[in-house]
Design a protein. Structure first.
Length: 355
């Protein structure tokens, strides 16, 4: 029997059970880690038209659609576009902006754009989708868009909506618990991930931080440092102590980045020395016959401190972890230039990249 809701005490959680019942739980500590959900834009027909999916739905399809339309050219949209093209689907990406990945360096974007087109992905920029509806005669989904001022129609067997994710907090009744959220619905937390309610923490995507699995894992370390076996003998680990967070985009040729890129440095007025190499200069890439892409590093012109690294190459998702350790340990360009790396590997390119 569930207690009357009027008798709820602080840190009370009401769980709706699959059989229709309810379970009320009271706890000394509450940890919220509800993640994020795909954002669905307010486009007529996009919610009710069959064949329109978010990323979870697209991964659950029993068979490969012949034609796939992707709305959005961010990390998720391009990952799916590349994957579906590798599987053999005909893919069209619709991007409202003038280019894909607007926060990345222009030369990197150009290279990624070219690689996707080589895979057979069609990329349409300046495309403002105005309506989605069910088609006829072999066109399950029709997307109506304004492309550079011209009304254009695209047909697909499946449409992926990949225009970002929002914190999954709307159904938690946080206001009743005294937990504040920001304009995007993210739970407001302090440096120790404490919410505005006593003894309640929020971790992962729901607190508005970077939306990576490994950030949620690191958030758990912050919370554990306050409640685990180390709490009596060490200062808690704080979010401001987190440094050098890498990111990866798993395209056909993976893209990884950490720290500043030229786009950021220019916007922030930070002077940098740019180091760059084509992937074709890496012996391991030549051996693998995968020579598309480029590598870039930014260093401080006066100290040679590493400010950021951008990798568009085979094994970039692994190589970026070497950079992460190097930057965390304060290694500079001189160290990377003279470090001993095994051969033939992709990692040995750091000797040349920082030269």
């Amino acid at each position: 029997m569930t207690a009357p809701r009027a008798s709820w005490a602080p840190r009370t959680v009401l769980v709706q059970l699959t059989d229709g019942g309810e379970l009320m739980i009271q706890a000394k500590h509450v940890y919220i880690n509800t993640g994020a959900r795909p954002r669905i834009p307010d486009i007529p027909g996009i919610r009710e038209t069959p064949g329109v999916y978010d990323s979870t739905g697209m991964l659950s399809l029993p068979e490969l659609p012949r034609r796939v339309a992707v709305l959005g050219a961010g990390f998720i949209g391009l990952e799916f576009a590349s994957m579906m093209a590798d599987f053999g689907a005909e893919v069209c990406v619709l991007q409202h902006d003038y280019r894909v990945l607007p926060n990345e360096d222009a030369d990197v974007v150009q290279a990624i754009h070219g690689m996707l087109e080589k895979q057979g992905v069609r990329i349409v920029t300046n495309a403002n989708v105005t309506r989605v509806y069910a088609g006829e005669h072999g066109a399950p989904v029709v997307i109506e868009a304004d492309v550079d001022g011209t009304a254009t129609h695209f047909s697909a067997d499946a449409m992926l909506v990949a225009v970002g994710r929002v914190p999954e907090t709307a159904g938690l009744n946080l206001t009743a618990a005294g937990i504040e959220t920001d304009a995007r619905g993210a739970i407001i937390v302090d440096d120790l991930l404490r919410t505005t309610a006593d003894q309640v923490w929020a971790m992962g995507d729901c607190n508005g931080g970077p939306q990576h699995t490994y950030i949620s894992l690191d958030d758990s370390r912050i919370v554990w440092s306050q409640i685990g076996s180390l709490r009596e003998s060490a200062m808690p680990y704080r979010r401001t102590e987190r440094r050098n967070v890498p990111s990866c985009v798993f395209l056909h040729v993976p893209y990884a980045r950490m720290g500043l890129n030229e786009h950021d440095a220019t916007a922030q007025g930070v002077p940098v020395h740019v180091h760059a190499l084509p992937v074709s200069s890496v012996p391991k890439a030549v051996v693998m016959r995968e020579t598309e892409g480029l590598l870039k590093a930014l260093t401080d012109p006066s100290t040679e401190r590493i400010l950021g690294v951008t990798l568009l190459c085979p094994e970039a998702h692994e190589m970026i972890n070497t950079v992460k350790v190097a930057m965390d340990c304060g290694a500079d360009a001189n160290y990377m230039r003279n470090a001993i790396f095994t051969h033939p590997t992709m990692t040995e390119v750091f000797n040349d990249l920082f030269a």
